[in-house]
Design a protein around this ligand. Structure first.
Ligand SMILES: [Zn+2]
Length: 338
């Protein structure tokens, strides 16, 4: 019996009410996650001014003018004011980024003749680590697509390190004579960059956050490439989870099916990224249309996994608390880009 026919088909509810069970379940899950002592929630008394000053100084050091910094800070404030609220308590900036990514993915799905995204609720998990997940809502064909509150910062620092690595010698990486050992030699010639990469993986492996990574914003020269890489990584992660939902994944229990589903979700994400790139924002983004952004993210996740395995004893102490949370049988999948 096929996976589709095994499920009981229900009468379709009205279009504007097709994700109510998913929204309801998400509010229950969020409540439990938010009660956890390690929950990455924004402090209700958070004062943004000191961070704004730090950002101003770091951007001046990176080569931005005061006028440019002012307009960037203003745009950031407008984004925060306009952010949706799927997950009260998490940083509104993550809400804004995720809302925009989901809107882009859903618009591409609509253009491709799909409508399954009407049965998806969105959420930001207040958990450590660069997560993305799809959760099935039991007894329905609805899902919750979530990202961890730290995912976008992870994509940001990896995209920045990647941009700086590419710019060591922009033409060499694509040269017909390129050899991996030349790439390694090139990176080793810049101890500050090597240290930056190490700080990223060590920080996320040990703390699940970016706290050990120095804040070094992009320079005006790096900004476009950085934005392209980060956006391609973030869209791939989001589209991958929508793929699990659209393809009705996460209901089989055997390992072979799980591997096949990961492959299918990656293929779905590539298709969506290509479709999004048919309507480019300002400039064409080859990292999106080619799927390179997804590859950078998957490689970075794999590298983080290696660091976590090496630092198992250390990381365990930080993340052990999460093991005690029972998300119940409705939890379809969880884990970094599950
Ligand atoms: Zn997956």
């Amino acid at each position: 019996m096929s996976r589709q026919t095994r499920r009981t088909r229900r009468e379709a509810p009205p279009a504007d009410a097709r994700n109510l069970s998913a929204k309801d379940l998400w509010s229950q899950v969020l409540k439990r996650l938010s009660e956890h002592p390690n929950a990455t929630l924004q402090d209700p008394d958070y004062d943004p001014e000191p961070d704004r000053q730090k950002l101003r100084i770091a951007m001046r050091d990176a080569g931005w003018t005061d006028d440019q910094i002012d307009s960037l800070l203003q745009a950031q404030e407008e984004r925060i004011a306009a952010a949706p609220s799927t997950s009260p308590g998490v940083a509104p900036h993550a809400e804004f980024i995720f809302g925009k990514l989901c809107d882009d993915v859903e618009a591409a799905m609509t253009r491709l003749g799909m409508d399954s995204h009407g049965r998806v609720a969105r959420g930001i998990e207040p958990r450590l680590g660069p997560w993305a997940a799809k959760t099935n809502v039991i007894m329905t064909d609805e899902s919750i697509v979530t990202v961890g509150a730290q995912l976008f910062r992870f994509c940001g620092v990896v995209a920045r390190a990647f941009t700086r690595t590419v710019m060591l010698d922009p033409t060499a990486w694509e040269s017909a004579n390129y050899r991996p050992e030349d790439g390694v030699r090139r990176i080793r010639s810049r101890p500050d960059l090597l240290k930056y990469w190490l700080q990223i993986y060590l920080s996320y492996a040990v703390t699940g956050m970016h706290v050990l990574v120095p804040f070094r914003p992009s320079s005006p020269f790096e900004a476009i490439l950085f934005e392209q890489v980060a956006r391609a990584m973030e869209l791939f992660a989001t589209a991958h989870e929508f793929g699990h939902h659209h393809l009705d994944h996460g209901r089989a229990i055997d390992v072979t099916a799980a591997r096949r589903e990961e492959y299918e979700a990656d293929q779905f994400a590539l298709r969506i990224c290509r479709e999004i790139e048919k309507q480019p924002v300002l400039l064409e983004n080859p990292y999106l249309s080619s799927g390179a952004g997804g590859l950078i993210l998957l490689r970075a996740m794999r590298m983080l996994g290696r660091f976590e395995a090496k630092l198992d004893g250390v990381a365990e102490r930080v993340t052990a608390h999460w093991e005690t949370i029972d998300l119940g049988p409705t939890r379809g999948r969880s884990g970094p880009l599950a």
